[in-house]
Structures are given as structure tokens and as C-alpha cells.
Design a protein around this ligand. Structure first.
Ligand code: GLC
Length: 468
């Protein structure tokens, strides 16, 4: 079976969120079970091919709108694998702006450029396949940026390639004028403005999403906006993402102060004090250390976090927040940090190594998300014996089991309010004092199987069903 992944992100070359991790991990697993899988993404300004010895495998021109654009095709392998990845270099569309989706404070004109960036990528796909001489049975596309690929495949009758669209976040949508799509050969559009994700959902041979619960939630307006009705008319399955359990392993993770496993759980505490000392926080093991590695956006429940920090920091709590995003959240978190310098540390960066130290050194990991299609943080936290405090939505619902006297692997709250989150954090703190129960919950968390193996089988089954 031959499969091409087309995406706007792939780790470690270009990453904004969890999408990049999925597009990096899943192909590696598919390759191991015999799929000829390859990945296609843009070569952005930030893309560092460095040691990967990429070679140029093609030089071509793509017709887009009313002009030809020169494209260079680089080929490398996803690190640690034999999965070929094609990176397209194109000066006008992929180099500027350096940010994949533009700056957070994007204006209308810049947004149009970003939309065209991904339309250009979508339009390039078939031409590039000819250049590199690869004929996939199926193209696996991800989210709105490359959703038009499904429309393009459908409008070219001679082409037999099937498509699967995976929704990682259906709240992200972009519309373009019908005229523009017509000029690119994506025909049959009726309304004046075309929502690209809607086009993808309507034209893909199959659509799925990244957790069973999000698949159910998607039919509601608050999760998918104007797409809700379209989604309700389509069968959407949910396949949970996995994480790279070899890389996220506290027993081998080179960035920890002390390595540990479920058998040597007592050593985890060294990572807590390592983190406290390193970040200049009060070095006290009885405080409940709440960690969070996140993008700072409304979806991630940052308002709830701020309320919890304001209320709980005077008590036996400590907060470590790593992430970047909206300016207003950067400001609020910095103010809070100044107010409680020994209890709060906010690091406005993207730092993969510190992230691991936070997963290992925290007692609980906060995910108060408004919605969460799958979420990877809670699964990584489990792996490190850190208990998620999460809202009952999407993939969090499917992976976090609320504690009780007999077991569980985290703390769940339902309402999207500061009060509900605070109550859950308080429950975690009380439970934290019951050392025996806490250890039991940690064991259960660490024994969860979040590897890609199960989901890889499910994707394989789905691919087979689509191309048969
Ligand atoms: C998006 C979603 C997140 C999911 C990730 C990978 O970033 O917000 O929940 O885990 O995609 O599918």
C-alpha cells in the first residue's frame, strides 16, 4: 500500500502544535508494518535540514492562479526512520512570513497570503508526485490548510487516488472567494465564499478525527461552528492519537535530573526539586506542583488557569507554565509571576527539553481545555507518573479516568469555569497527602498504553476500507 501524508506541520521540521507530532509519529509506525509512506510539506524559512543530508530531487514549475512558480523539491528522511519526506522550497509562498500561520496578530492581507500559501501547497501535490515518481493509493490530509487536496482529487476524473481527511481542530477554518478556487481548477462550488475545511469534508473519501469523543462533539455548533450540519451528514470516526513511548520514557529520558520508572517511582521527587531549584522556586516537596506545557490560547483554558493561580497560589500550590501565544496571556502570567516569584514560574518559550523536565518534575499536569480534539500532554504526563487535572472533553474524556479510592489516573472536572477547575485542583491536593492512594494512581497512569500500536492498526484498517 502506498500512502502520502500532506500537512502544514511535521516535527521536528515545522511545529506549532500536536499536529506536527502526529504527522511525524504515525508514518514511522506505518512504515514498520509495510506501508510505503511518504510525507510532503513546505520548506519554511525556519525549516532546518541540518544534519539530515537532504538532497534536491526535483526542480519544477507549478502553475498557480495565472503564473508559473519555481519550486525545488528536497528529500530527506524523518529522523530515526526510512520515511522519505519531501520539502518544497518556493520563495514567494513558503519563505515569508517565517511563521507557519503568520504572526498571532495577523491582519487581513497577511491572512490572505497564508491561505494562498496552503492553496499553493495543495495545488502542487499532483505535479510533485509526478516529479518524484510516486503514485500513492491514498493521500492522507490534515486540517484546513490542505483540505482542498480532496477537492482537487475529486475534480480530476482520471485520477484514482483516494483521500482521507483527519480533523485535528475543526475550529480552525478559512474561507476564500469561489472565483479563486475555480481559477485553480476546483470546480462545482455554489456559494460565493468557500470554507476550505467544509470543501474537504464534503469531497474527501473519508473523514476521521483524533478521538471518539471529539468525533461525537463535532456535530455541535460550539465545536465546529458553521460546519456542524455538514459534519452531522457525514460519518466521522475517531481514532485516538498515540505518543512516542520510546522517546517519552522517564527511564531513559536524557533531560531529567534523575531517571525513574514505575518500579523506582521514589526517585521522581528529585526531578521536582531539580525543577524548583532550576527555576528559582521555593524548594519544598509538600507543595502541589502544577505543571502546564501549552499554547496560550483561549481553547487551552488559560482564563481558568489564571483564576486558579490567583486563588490557590497563596496556599500550598506552585505553578510552572511553559508556552507562548496571545499577548494578553503573556502579560497576565508575567504579572502573576512577579506577584508570587517563589510560587509561580512562567517561561514564555518553546523549549522541548524544559517541557520534559516539567512533565517529570510536576505532581499534576493541568489541561483545563475548552475543547481538546485529542491532547497529547495528558498522555505524556501519564508516562511520567504525573496526574492530569483535565476538563471532561474530547480526547481528555477518552484517556483520563477520574480518581476514586480504588484507582483512576487523574482528576476530571466538567464545567468550563474557574470554580470547577479550582475544586479539582483542591481534590488533587488532598489526595496528594494520601501517599498510598497517590502512588496507586501514579502506577495506573504509568501503566496506561498510549503507544501508537493500536491506532496504527486502526488507520491501516481505515486505509484498506477506503481504497478497496
Ligand atoms: C490539535 C488538537 C489537539 C490534538 C492535536 C493532534 O493540536 O488541538 O487536541 O492532540 O491536534 O491531533
Amino acid at each position: 500500500m502506498k500512502v502520502l501524508f500532506v500537512s502544514s506541520e511535521v516535527a521536528p521540521f515545522a511545529k506549532v502544535g500536536g499536529l506536527a507530532d502526529v504527522v511525524s509519529s504515525l508514518p514511522k509506525k506505518l512504515k514498520r508494518v509495510g506501508v510505503d509512506v511518504r510525507v510532503l510539506i513546505p520548506h519554511y524559512q525556519q525549516t532546518k535540514l541540518g544534519m539530515l543530508r537532504a538532497k534536491i530531487v526535483g526542480d519544477t514549475k507549478i502553475f498557480f492562479g495565472n503564473k508559473f512558480y519555481k519550486v525545488k523539491i528536497f528529500q530527506a528522511f524523518l529522523p530515526g526512520s526510512r520515511v522519505p519526506i519531501y520539502l518544497l522550497q518556493q520563495k514567494k509562498w513558503f519563505t515569508n512570513p517565517p511563521e507557519i500561520y503568520g504572526k498571532p496578530t495577523i491582519n487581513k492581507k497577511a491572512k490572505e497570503h497564508i491561505t494562498k500559501r496552503f492553496l499553493f501547497l495543495s495545488v502542487s501535490v499532483l505535479q510533485i508526485l509526478k516529479n518524484v515518481n510516486f503514485e500513492p493509493d491514498l493521500i492522507h490530509i490534515h486540517d484546513w490548510p490542505v483540505a482542498p487536496v480532496a477537492g482537487l482529487l475529486k475534480s480530476q476524473k482520471k485520477i484514482k487516488i483516494k483521500s482521507l481527511l483527519t480533523l485535528h481542530n475543526a475550529a480552525q477554518q478559512t474561507s476564500v472567494p469561489k472565483k479563486l478556487l475555480k481559477s485553480l481548477g476546483i470546480a462545482n462550488q455554489t456559494s460565493a465564499q468557500i470554507n476550505l475545511l467544509k470543501l474537504g469534508i464534503q469531497t474527501a473519501d473519508a473523514v476521521n478525527t483524533v478521538s471518539p469523543t471529539y468525533a461525537k462533539e463535532l456535530g455541535k455548533k460550539q465545536f465546529s461552528g458553521e460546519l456542524a450540519a455538514t459534519i452531522r451528514g457525514k460519518k466521522i470516526s475517531g481514532i485516538l492519537n498515540g505518543i512516542d513511548t520510546t522517546s517519552f520514557d522517564p527511564n531513559t529520558d536524557p533531560y531529567l535530573w534523575t531517571k525513574y520508572s514505575a518500579k523506582t517511582l521514589a526517585k521522581k521527587i528529585k526531578n521536582k526539586s531539580g525543577l524548583q531549584k532550576n527555576l528559582n522556586l521555593l524548594n519544598n516537596k509538600s507543595l502541589l506542583l502544577v505543571g502546564m506545557v501549552t499554547r496560550l490560547f483561549h481553547q487551552k483554558g488559560i482564563e481558568l488557569l489564571v483564576q486558579a493561580m490567583e486563588n490557590l497560589t497563596p496556599g500550598p500550590f506552585q505553578f510552572v507554565i511553559l508556552g507562548t501565544g496571545s499577548k494578553k496571556y503573556h502579560e497576565i502570567l508575567s504579572i502573576l509571576e512577579k506577584k508570587f516569584p517563589k510560587k509561580i514560574c512562567f517561561i514564555p518559550e518553546f523549549d522541548r527539553h524544559l517541557a520534559r523536565q516539567i512533565y517529570a518534575g510536576s505532581d499534576v499536569f493541568a489541561m483545563p481545555s475548552l475543547f481538546e480534539p485529542c491532547g497529547l500532554g495528558q498522555m505524556i504526563a501519564h508516562r511520567y507518573g504525573t496526574l492530569p487535572v483535565a476538563r471532561d472533553t474530547g480526547g481528555l474524556h477518552d484517556t483520563v479516568v477520574n480518581y476514586n479510592k480504588k484507582g483512576g489516573n487523574g482528576f476530571i472536572f466538567k464545567k468550563f469555569t474557574g470554580e470547577a477547575f479550582i475544586k479539582s485542583l483542591e481534590e488533587a491536593r488532598v489526595t496528594f497527602q494520601n501517599k498510598k492512594l497517590w502512588k496507586k494512581l501514579q502506577f495506573q497512569a504509568m501503566s496506561e498504553n498510549h503507544s501508537w500500536n493500536r491506532s496504527t492498526k486502526e488507520y491501516l484498517k481505515l486505509y484498506k476500507k477506503i481504497i478497496k
